[in-house]
Design a protein around this ligand. Structure first.
Ligand SMILES: *Cc1c(COP(=O)(O)O)cnc(C)c1O
Length: 306
């Protein structure tokens, strides 16, 4: 096996005090634009796209979304025609995600909020495919059966690199697809899922995608900082302190909240001494550009070669 990203130990006095071995699986290093779990989710979809001789890929996303940019970059690298339906009134020429995506050549179609709400309906998807002359649909966030298959490999790589199953894996969740992929492959490990969204539906979402190993799944719903893409000063401070100490950039939408939550859980002595914990860095650092654009330069920017 040749792992796609390194697994590195994370050192912190809190971990020493609680006698924990903590690692970070650095999937953010896989690719600067097709980042982390979005790379994993696209992998088998791109293979299937080519295998089925499809011509035009269509998906949905938010105007700052990691999925949008990953898809744009993947289409560009694979010379695939791609379109994406974006929620919003129209192009914002200063939005860094849209700027990059446009340069990469993906076609962006804006739609209002009420149309965007229909994105999960089959009839709407069918219409959209016809309207944009596309023949392969990826749901929002890239989550489908083949995406889960790609995310499953995160756990195989971790076990290979660690030489054993970790006691815990920590991962952030949006659609829950990444968590569901890992869940489908679990042995003795417990899966800690930190929801980036406000509400108590995430466990059901994940089990709807993968109805296995329910006893190994623990969803934490209290680290959303006000809701999806919302933030508070504590989160910004945490991301900056984490960067200073570890030289690893976290994103404010997913991995920052996950890591904050994991530290908080450790502080509350949730994990027995001697435990091994692997946190998955699911990437998404391009989102820091959009975050800093909207809120002022609050957190570290990644270097994006472009
Ligand atoms: C999209 C994304 C997630 C959420 O993944 P899901 O499979 O939708 O739960 C987590 N982290 C990052 C960095 C992401 O870009």
């Amino acid at each position: 096996m040749k792992p796609l990203s390194p697994l590195v130990p994370l050192k912190h006095k809190l971990f020493d005090k609680n006698q924990l071995s903590v690692y970070i699986k650095r999937d953010e290093l896989i690719h600067p634009l097709i980042s982390g779990n979005k790379w994993r989710k696209l992998k088998y979809n791109l293979i299937e796209f080519k295998h089925q001789n499809k011509k035009h890929l269509l998906s949905f996303g938010g105007a700052f979304s990691n999925h949008l940019l990953a898809l744009a970059a993947a289409c560009s690298e694979n010379k695939i025609n791609g379109s994406i339906i974006v929620r919003g009134d129209g192009p914002d020429p200063n939005n860094p995600t849209l700027q990059l995506a446009e340069k990469l050549g993906i076609k962006i179609h804006f739609t209002d909020r009420s149309s965007y709400k229909k994105r999960h309906e089959l009839s709407y998807q069918q219409e959209a495919l016809e309207q944009y002359q596309a023949d392969y649909l990826l749901p929002e966030g890239g989550t489908n059966e083949l995406a889960l298959k790609g995310c499953k490999e995160i756990l195989s790589e971790v076990i290979f690199q660690l030489g054993k199953e970790p006691d815990y894996i920590a991962v952030a969740a949006g659609t829950g697809g990444t968590a569901a992929g890992i869940l489908s492959n679990l042995g003795s490990t417990e899966l800690l899922v930190f929801s980036a969204l406000k509400g108590n539906f995430m466990e059901a979402e994940i089990l709807n995608l993968c109805n296995q190993h329910k006893d190994k799944l623990k969803v934490l719903e209290t680290y959303h900082f006000g809701g999806y893409a919302k933030h508070k000063p504590e989160l910004v401070d945490f991301i900056n302190a984490f960067y200073l100490e570890h030289k690893i950039i976290l994103d404010p939408i997913y991995t920052g909240k996950m890591m904050y939550g994991l530290f908080d859980q450790i502080q509350q002595n949730q994990y027995a001494p001697g435990s091994t914990i692997v946190a998955i860095h699911t990437g998404g650092l391009q989102g820091n550009l959009g975050f800093n654009y909207r809120f002022g330069d609050l957190i570290p920017n990644p270097i994006i070669p472009f």
